[in-house]
Design a protein around this ligand. Structure first.
Ligand SMILES: [Zn+2]
Length: 545
């Protein structure tokens, strides 16, 4: 069947396209416009509308062990359990697998990455993601606090062996990439270490956080993985955090590295309250290093829950739990911490955090190297994205928000002085073109012939938050899945993984290690393709080299 979206303003930075045009679709893919006399079987009139590729979220905690602990800890926050009239911000994010896929689709999102899955919980995460409708999903596999790697680095450092181990984990967990969370800190936490910086050393193993990051970064580069090592730096939430991020950027030595939710590090100790924004200093460092990409982890106001594998950080945040309950899991490799939190407009620190995130977006010059996350749900639920895009596109709107926040907090940031407004094309770069490139997903994020027909059409209107909240038309693989923000189907998306070749020797080594250490078969970690209950659910992106 031949379909055509006609009359809309097509914005596709990958082709430097911004103008009224047509998009033709056949068999789930975008195709060249046929001859002038060809007629489509179905025509969608997009006059007065914006046509973009489907949006891609590179970092959103939507599945896995820690997310489920949060669900169990806070039943009163979900929609289904909330038999009370007032909706909470978290209830708007749904929390159920079904609602997650539907909410994302309604906003024009077609691909989402769950960025923090410990290898031992990969099967669970994939099963849960398989139940999220419409969107395509992927996971990042978390390494860097695991006994095998740390022993390897201590006893017989060999780059090839580390590569084999990383490839084995990727294959076993069917992940799209590798993440490291506060490298070494969760291992050190077991020895009662409660603060951990880049040059601190993990007890027993004698390896530093810096060595772990660099070792994993090298392995990711040597394996030719499309997605750079995804790093959650040391000292999240602390005034020392900005220095940790800058030191990690310097340590990358020009090799690709992605730094997650850097707003949570963009703090200094200026002013009477000894808390200020250090966003301009961080942005300067990112601007100076082309090998670095970042996502922001924007804070928006309201009730949420922080979910993190950074057990050290979460443990130190327990006193701020709101409501007063929490869970800390000192796990087998990476632990986890679930701490509910309420970001308040009247709170000095929260207001500085909000401003620091926006400063990062607006002070990092290249929109292809800064990504729009809220680190869902840590800074805010993903349902806050439309408001965030509107704030980036409109300085008057930012001024209105700032007028409601404590002036003393605003004085600790440069936000009021920033005039920049994102254009729609820059929003498309940040939400479509660049995330596809960053993840190595060449089949999406663009509207060129050959690309997957994942397409979002928005009614152009002055209220950009309203525009992005309810897409007028959303296509997944060429099928119309949502109209005017209402989802029409619960069709299932696919799971995206990366092709990695695994050396035969590492199989035997992993089998022996699991037997000796845990009395378990290493095969228990492996995610079998048939586990998801549908034929061939996994689609592999190739390694580049
Ligand atoms: Zn995160």
């Amino acid at each position: 069947m031949l379909k055509c979206i006609k009359g809309g303003r097509v914005i596709d930075p990958s082709q430097r396209l911004d103008g009224v045009g047509e998009i033709w679709i056949r068999d789930g893919r975008i195709v060249e416009s046929p001859t002038a006399d060809a007629s489509a079987d179905v025509v969608y009139d997009a006059t007065g509308m914006i046509v973009m590729a489907g949006a891609i979220d590179i970092h959103s905690h939507i599945a896995g062990a820690n997310v489920n602990t949060a669900r169990l800890l806070l039943p009163e926050q979900h929609r289904a359990a909330a038999l009370r009239p007032d909706r909470t911000p978290l209830s708007s994010a749904g929390w159920s697998t079904r609602q997650t896929g539907r909410d994302y689709a309604a906003m024009g999102f077609t691909t989402v990455v769950e960025p923090a899955v410990a290898p031992h919980t990969a099967l669970h995460a994939h099963l849960e993601l398989a139940d999220v409708p419409i969107i395509d999903k992927a996971i990042l596999c978390v390494l860097g606090n695991d006994d095998y790697l740390l022993r390897l680095m201590r006893d017989q450092p060999s780059a090839a062996h580390v590569c084999d181990y990383v490839a084995w984990n990727l294959r076993a967990t069917k992940a799209l990439g590798v993440k490291v969370i506060n490298a070494g800190a969760a291992a050190a936490f077991k020895a009662n270490v409660r603060a951990f910086s880049l040059d601190d050393v993990v007890p027993w193993y004698g390896v530093s956080s810096r060595q772990i990051v660099k070792t994993l970064q090298r392995a990711v580069v040597d394996l030719g993985l499309p997605h750079p090592l995804h790093v959650h730096c040391n000292n999240l939430g602390l005034a020392a955090g900005a220095d940790s991020v800058i030191a990690t950027i310097e340590a990358a030595e020009g090799l690709p590295l992605h730094l997650a939710h850097i707003q949570f590090y963009a703090y200094g100790a200026e002013g009477e309250r000894r808390f200020s924004s250090a966003a301009s200093r961080l942005a300067e460092s990112v601007n100076a290093h082309n090998n670095i990409t970042v996502d922001v982890g924007q804070v928006m106001f309201g009730q949420t829950v922080t979910i993190s594998g950074d057990v050290t950080r979460q443990f130190s945040a327990l006193a701020k739990a709101d409501p007063k309950k929490w869970a800390i899991i000192d796990g087998d490799s990476n632990g986890g911490g679930i701490v509910p939190y309420n970001y308040r407009k009247t709170d000095f620190h929260n207001a500085v955090q909000w401003a620091a995130g926006l400063e990062l977006f607006l002070l990092i010059d290249d929109p292809s190297r800064v990504f729009f996350t809220t680190d869902h749900p840590n800074g805010a639920p993903y349902t806050a994205y439309p408001d965030l895009f509107a704030l980036l596109m409109d300085r008057d709107l930012r001024a209105q928000w700032m007028a409601e926040l404590p002036p003393a907090a605003m004085a600790m940031t440069t936000l009021a002085s920033i005039k920049r407004e994102y254009t729609l094309a820059e929003i498309a770069v940040m939400t479509r073109t660049s995330p596809a490139r960053l993840l190595g997903l060449g089949d999406r994020g663009r509207l060129a012939p050959g690309a997957r027909a994942d397409i979002a059409v928005y009614a152009d209107q002055p209220d950009k938050a309203a525009m992005f909240r309810h897409a007028a038309l959303v296509f997944k693989d060429g099928d119309l899945v949502a109209r005017d923000g209402r989802v029409q189907t619960n069709v299932l998306g696919r799971a995206l993984t990366v092709e990695s070749t695994v050396d035969a020797a590492i199989e035997a080594q992993m089998r022996a290690y699991y037997q000796q250490t845990y009395g378990l078969e290493s095969d228990l970690l492996k995610v079998p393709a048939n586990a998801l209950g549908v034929p061939e659910p996994f689609e592999a992106a190739p390694c580049g080299g």
